[in-house]
Design a protein around this ligand. Structure first.
Ligand SMILES: [Fe+2]
Ligand SMILES: [Fe+2]
Length: 380
């Protein structure tokens, strides 16, 4: 007797997942904007239906009064997405899915942010295929996009493809009374030529955190001179927001949570009344203040780094250590509310967790008021 003939055909979760993945990637092969949106929306819906992904968080209302200040400047918001670390899609589609989720999150914001900032490490190994895939996904954002480079985008072809796709890696722009500066803070001294390294070996060396081969990240003399000139024309009363991929201070050298010429860059920012530095690379809630400069790290959509073994800056309220069995835990994207005076409230949209908000008033008061509420769910 053939028992198997009586068993109804039931697709396992894995089979459904694989079919869904196939649909996603068939769509990604040749997508124009319209088909891309269809595919990504379908994939997100399928993931929810299969219980693969938890609910999409909704952003907390940002507690900022948008009254114009005495000079008449309005407040505004922008969104951030960072550190997606895309591999070619045959290798790892999970990171693709996670970047899609961040794009969905930001596209759902109502009202839309003034712009979206991408904090670097779009790619994992700097390959053209990875960068092209990232560019294609980010095209679906409704709001205008500003890009920053990370070390994973750079050291395979020394920025060639990234520059083709996104333009210059160092630039500035003005928006509603705030002067924005974007730096390439992950320059390294040439450790590869004398060792006869191939581009792939160079990239792999930089991508491996804890090795003694690569040199420390730096902004470098040429770019510091560019910055000095760029800021020359900016009055000290103008609020300044600086983006760097690595933190513009020295936290932990073995993981390059570090910028070697940080003090020289800080010196150029010192004369301004209100300065905020926002950085990628550290993949965690990270808060610091040095003199007049307030620092915030961005979340990653790919993986969370643990906190550096030597500890955190005193003002950091630690996010939870993520659940190792939940691939979306410890990840996220977020929004930044820029006050009329130019200081910012950073909202960390931690996926599957309560959002965390780190306000300008918390940093300005030296940690005495508006202490961020840490996530209440379990830490692992
Ligand atoms: Fe990263
Ligand atoms: Fe990085």
């Amino acid at each position: 007797m053939n028992h198997t003939a009586k068993i109804p055909h039931i697709k396992s979760v894995e089979t459904r997942h694989l079919e869904e993945r196939e649909t996603l990637f068939r769509g990604l092969h040749s997508l124009d904007r319209r088909s891309f949106l269809k595919v990504s929306t379908g994939a997100a819906a399928a993931a929810v239906a299969a219980g693969v992904s938890n609910h999409f968080h909704s952003f907390l209302p940002v507690n900022v009064a948008y009254a114009a200040d005495s000079a008449g400047a309005p407040g505004f918001t922008f969104a951030y997405i960072s550190d997606s670390h895309l591999y070619v899609k045959q290798t790892n589609e999970r990171f693709v899915r996670q970047l899609l989720r961040a794009v969905d999150d930001v596209n759902k914001l109502d009202p839309q942010p003034d712009f979206v900032f991408f904090g670097g490490d779009l790619a994992q190994l700097g390959r053209k295929e990875e960068l092209d895939l990232g560019a294609q996904i980010l095209k679906s954002l409704k709001a205008p996009l500003h890009m920053m480079v990370g070390e994973h985008d750079w050291f395979f072809d020394m920025g060639h493809r990234w520059n083709e796709l996104f333009g210059a890696q160092t630039y500035s722009f003005d928006h509603k009374g705030v002067h924005f500066v974007v730096l390439m803070s992950v320059q390294e001294k040439d450790f590869w030529s004398a060792r006869g390294m191939s581009p792939a070996e160079r990239m792999h060396t930089v991508a491996g955190l804890d090795n003694a081969v690569q040199s420390a990240f730096e902004v470098g003399a040429a770019q510091r001179e560019w910055l000095r000139k760029d800021l020359e024309k900016v009055p000290t009363s103008t609020p300044l927001i600086v983006f760097s991929h690595s933190p513009l201070y020295k936290l932990y050298r073995p993981w390059n949570f570090w910028t070697d010429d940080a003090e020289d860059v800080q010196a150029l920012l010192q004369r301004f009344d209100r300065v905020t530095v926002l950085h990628g690379h550290t993949h965690q809630v990270l808060t610091n203040r040095i003199g007049n400069i307030q620092f915030h790290g961005m979340l990653s959509t790919a993986w969370p780094w643990p906190y550096a073994p030597q500890g955190m800056p005193a003002l950091t309220v630690q996010m939870n250590r993520p659940n190792p069995f939940d691939s979306n835990d410890g990840l996220g994207d977020g929004t930044i509310a820029v006050h009329p005076d130019g200081l910012v409230d950073m909202l960390y949209g931690l996926w599957n967790r309560d959002p965390m908000q780190v306000k300008a008033s918390y940093l300005s008061s030296g940690g005495k008021s508006d202490i961020p509420v840490a996530p209440t769910l379990a830490s692992y």
